[in-house]
Design a protein around this ligand. Structure first.
Ligand SMILES: [Zn+2]
Ligand SMILES: [Zn+2]
Length: 152
């Protein structure tokens, strides 16, 4: 990640201080200082591209993260309103997923696969029979990182 552009500005008491260029430009657009907690988002993902058309002022970090989530979804599957499952990393309409921890979405079937996998990791995987097959299928639906650890 390239660092943001920094500029030096004089504050009201005449002292010099440094400031992010994108904040300065956003404040010029707004005509006043950014409200407390506001965050400036770069639409094209380039933190050094401070053209006004590349900046979006978000009222808080939660809204800013939502913008990032939507941009990521759009890049991955062409639908900004779809969500990525934290277990299998596939995208789907939000209404097909569960979300009980804020921004983490998941399929019910993926979560139960993850629970099964965790149990089998403790006890050792089933070697034969229908459960061995289920174990292999379960492993293949989960991503490598989901197999190892719980969701954040
Ligand atoms: Zn951003
Ligand atoms: Zn899933």
């Amino acid at each position: 990640m390239k660092p943001y552009k920094v500029v030096w500005v004089k504050n009201s008491s005449g002292a010099w201080r440094h400031k992010y260029e994108h904040v300065l430009i956003a404040e010029k657009i707004l005509g006043k200082p950014l409200p407390k907690g506001a965050v400036v988002h770069h639409v094209n993902g380039d933190g050094r591209d401070n053209r006004p058309e590349n900046l979006v002022i978000c009222q808080n970090q939660a809204y800013h993260l939502l913008l990032h989530m939507r941009a990521e979804a759009y890049d991955a599957c062409g639908r900004a309103d779809w969500r990525r499952c934290g277990y299998c990393e596939k995208y789907e309409p939000q209404e097909n997923m569960y979300n009980d921890r804020g921004t983490v979405f998941y399929h019910a079937s993926c979560k139960s696969a993850w629970v099964r996998n965790k149990r089998w990791q403790k006890r050792g995987p089933p070697q034969t029979g229908p459960y061995a097959k289920l174990f292999r299928e379960t492993r293949s639906t989960l991503t490598a990182s989901a197999r190892k650890q719980p969701l954040p």
